[in-house]
Structure formats: structure tokens, C-alpha cells
Design a protein around this ligand. Structure first.
Ligand code: NAD
Ligand code: MG
Length: 392
């Protein structure tokens, strides 16, 4: 039995994970489920999966959850420390890191430091603290498996002996595919006016609201470039973004001999989740087999940086290094939230991030404290930029 903690159980990735687990009750047992709000949903999940522990954000939420599941032997906890506790618990083997945003960093790092098998969906954690996170994985002999579909595809396309040194394995390039999101073909001069509803309507994937907006700006791909850099030890020059609107090829690795190895499948996150859960074995995920004869065509083209300035900002942050990616991530989280709350327009997202990156000096990411301090400064600066743009 593999014992699992799901951080962010009520989210899109959390629900897909539980869907896969429910297909294999003989293999997996849920140790803990966590959610920020959405107490009713978490209560229903507790009823179905009978975890030993459940964690929510606040004392009030904990009180409500405890009432809803008073008949179950589930220990109800709340707060940031409880998240770290269930992630590092000796009673769990595997941690699905599926909290959205920087809030996931501390518990994901706690899982790595406790030497767990970490299934990483929370890309923001790695973007904020890549070096520190990878060092913790190595030092504490944790196992890190990517859930992000592109990175899972790259992982599957690399040799099993891969040691984060592309040259040593004959890797020429990592080809990160991107759907281009809902605004790939929309007239650029109308992007100022798009609504949160339009931005969240992804053509191929159903996801949480923050990552949906990130896909529309292509900041999601920018964060994924940084994620790929840390996961696979590849410099920015080796990572190429390729627009592939059908999202059937989930990413590729090209080798010095001219070979290109790709992973294909229907766009459904249960495939990478099942892959990482069972690795190195394979289990059924509920995703249907890909029928290539039903595909009209597969297209590929280069991204347009005028349309997607966030992608350029992310490459810049990766090249700058240090705390620059943490600043980028923090500014993006604030800007996306402001856009979702209709305080700023869609194109203001990249303006806010650009201003924060210019305003705050980038430092060394020498400790988690240093990263969190820069994160807080960037959030404050982003809020000021949002206020300025909202008035304009
Ligand atoms: P979501 O918004 O659907 O769910 C987020 C989860 O995090 C919820 O369970 C919520 O309760 C919890 N959460 C939110 N704020 C929190 C806080 N402050 N403290 C503790 N918990 C908090 O998001 P999602 O789409 O499931 O994405 C989760 C992560 O996975 C993100 O980092 C995203 O980039 C990544 N990811 C998602 C997909 C996808 O298909 N949805 C694909 C690749 C990567
Ligand atoms: Mg992805």
C-alpha cells in the first residue's frame, strides 16, 4: 500500500488524483487531504476516501469540517504548520503537491526535506526556489516526479538513467509544447478588453482559474520553462517553446543524433498523475486511448512574443537568475488575482509584472527566508502597480 497526502485535494489536480486513486483501492491509501476553503467538498472527499487527517485554512473552516464529519475518525487540523506536518508525516509515503501558487512552497519543501516521493503539480514552488528545492530533494533523497503534463512528457522522453545533465545523455533540446491558450488567434489589439470568463475558457484543458489565466497570457509556459530548467538541468538556450494548438503531443526531447522522442495522449491530467503514482510501473487512469486517425492535423509554430509578453518576461527572469523568478511569480499571482477581480485589464497583467521586475533589485536566492522576503516585497510592489493602473 502506498500512503498518500494530497495537498490541494479540492482543486482540479486534486480531484483528478482522487479519480485515479479510486480506480486502485488495493494499491493506494489516503493519509491526508487538504483544502483552503470549500469545506463541503472536502467533507465529501473525507467520506469517500477515509483519510486519517484533513487540513483546512482557518479555525472556522476546521470547526465546520469537524461538524460535517463528526461520525468519521478523521483528525481535523488547520493552518500552515498543519500543512507541513501532513506533508512530512512518517505515515505518508507520497505527497501530491497540488496547492496553487506560492502558498504551496512550504509544505512541498517539507515533503522534500522528509524524503518523500513528491508528485509536483505546484510549479510555482519550483519557480520561486528552484536551486534550494532541488538541493533539498538531493540532500534528503526525496523522489521528485513531474505532474505538469509537459514535464511529465519530457521525463518520459528522457532515458531512465537521466541525471539532470542534458549533454551527458545526448540531449540537444527540450521542446516544450504550448497550446497557445484561448487567445492564440484573437486580434492583438482586442486583448485589452478580454474578460476573466473568456480568459478562463481554455480550448483543451479544464483547470483552476489561476493557471487558466496563466495559459491565456502564456505566463504558464514561461513558468514551465523555468520549471524545466530546474527539473532537467537545462539552460534557457536549450529550452524551446513550440505552439501546438491540439495539445496531443505533450512535449518532446531532441537528441544530437537527430532523433526526437515525444509523449502523446489525450489532454487529460489523469495520465501524468497515474504515470507518476505508479512509476516505474503503469496503471489504468480512466483516460481513453488516443485515436490518431481521428486527428485532422497536428500543427506547430513559433510563439509570438508581442502577443505573449509574459513569455519573454519569464525567459528574462530565468536568465537573470537569483530571486528574479520569485519576483516574477509573486507579481504574476497578484496581477492575475486583480484581473480575476476585474480591478485591472488583461494586458495590465504583463505591465504589473514588468514594473515589479524593474523596480525591485534582484538578489541571490540564498535561503528560503531570502526568497520569501523578496516574494513579500514583490507582492507589495505589485499591489501598488495594480492600484496605479486601476486609477488610470
Ligand atoms: P485549483 O485552483 O483548482 O486548486 C487549488 C487547490 O489549492 C485547492 O484545493 C485549494 O483549496 C488549494 N489552495 C488554494 N490556496 C491555498 C492556500 N493559500 N493555502 C492552502 N491551500 C490552498 O488549481 P489547479 O488547477 O488544481 O492547480 C494546482 C496546481 O497544479 C497549480 O500550481 C497549477 O499550476 C498546477 N497544474 C495544474 C494543471 C491543471 O490541469 N489544473 C496542470 C498542470 C499544473
Ligand atoms: Mg503544463
Amino acid at each position: 500500500m502506498q500512503r498518500i497526502t494530497i495537498l490541494g485535494a479540492t482543486g482540479s489536480i486534486g480531484a483528478s488524483t482522487l479519480d485515479v486513486l479510486a480506480r486502485h483501492p488495493e494499491k493506494y491509501q489516503v493519509h491526508a487531504l487538504t483544502a483552503h476553503g470549500r469545506v463541503d467538498e472536502l467533507a465529501a472527499q473525507c467520506r469517500a476516501f477515509r483519510p486519517a487527517r484533513a487540513v483546512v485554512g482557518t479555525a472556522e473552516a476546521a470547526q465546520r469540517l469537524a461538524q460535517l464529519i463528526a461520525d468519521l475518525p478523521v483528525s481535523v487540523e488547520y493552518g500552515a504548520q498543519a500543512l507541513c506536518d501532513v506533508a512530512a508525516s512518517p505515515d505518508t509515503d507520497t505527497v501530491m503537491a497540488a496547492i496553487v501558487g506560492g502558498a504551496g512552497l512550504a509544505p512541498t519543501l517539507a515533503a522534500a526535506r522528509a524524503g518523500k516521493k513528491v508528485l509536483l503539480a505546484n510549479k510555482e514552488a519550483l519557480v520561486m526556489s528552484g536551486q534550494l528545492f532541488m538541493d533539498a530533494v538531493k540532500e534528503h533523497k526525496a523522489t521528485l516526479l513531474p505532474i505538469d503534463s509537459e514535464h511529465n512528457a519530457i521525463f518520459q522522453s528522457l532515458p531512465q538513467s537521466y541525471a539532470r545533465q542534458p549533454g551527458a545523455s545526448g540531449v540537444a533540446r527540450i521542446l516544450l509544447t504550448a497550446s497557445g491558450g484561448p487567445f492564440l488567434n484573437r486580434a492583438v489589439d482586442t486583448l485589452e478588453d478580454v474578460t476573466p470568463e473568456e480568459a478562463c475558457k481554455h480550448p483543451n484543458w479544464v483547470m483552476g482559474r489561476k493557471i487558466s489565466v496563466d495559459s491565456a497570457t502564456m505566463m504558464n509556459k514561461g513558468l514551465e520553462v523555468i520549471e524545466a530548467h530546474w527539473l532537467f538541468g537545462a539552460p534557457a538556450e536549450m529550452i524551446e517553446v513550440v505552439i501546438h494548438p491540439q495539445s496531443v503531443i505533450h512535449s518532446m526531447v531532441s537528441y544530437v543524433d537527430g532523433s526526437v522522442v515525444a509523449q502523446l495522449g489525450n489532454p487529460d491530467m489523469r495520465t501524468p498523475i497515474a504515470h507518476a503514482l505508479a512509476f516505474p510501473e503503469r496503471i489504468e487512469s480512466g483516460v481513453g486511448q488516443l485515436d490518431l486517425t481521428q486527428m485532422a492535423s497536428l500543427q506547430f509554430h513559433r510563439p509570438d512574443y508581442q502577443r505573449f509578453p509574459c513569455l519573454a518576461l519569464a525567459f528574462e527572469a530565468l536568465r537573470d537568475g537569483g530571486t528574479a523568478p520569485a519576483l516574477l511569480n509573486a507579481a504574476n499571482e497578484v496581477a492575475v488575482q486583480a484581473f480575476l477581480e476585474r480591478r485591472i485589464g488583461f494586458r495590465d497583467i504583463d505591465r504589473v509584472i514588468g514594473r515589479v521586475m524593474d523596480e525591485i533589485p534582484h538578489g541571490a536566492a540564498s535561503s528560503i527566508e531570502a526568497v520569501m522576503e523578496q516574494d513579500a516585497r514583490a507582492r507589495a510592489a505589485a499591489e501598488r502597480a495594480v492600484a496605479g493602473l486601476a486609477r488610470a
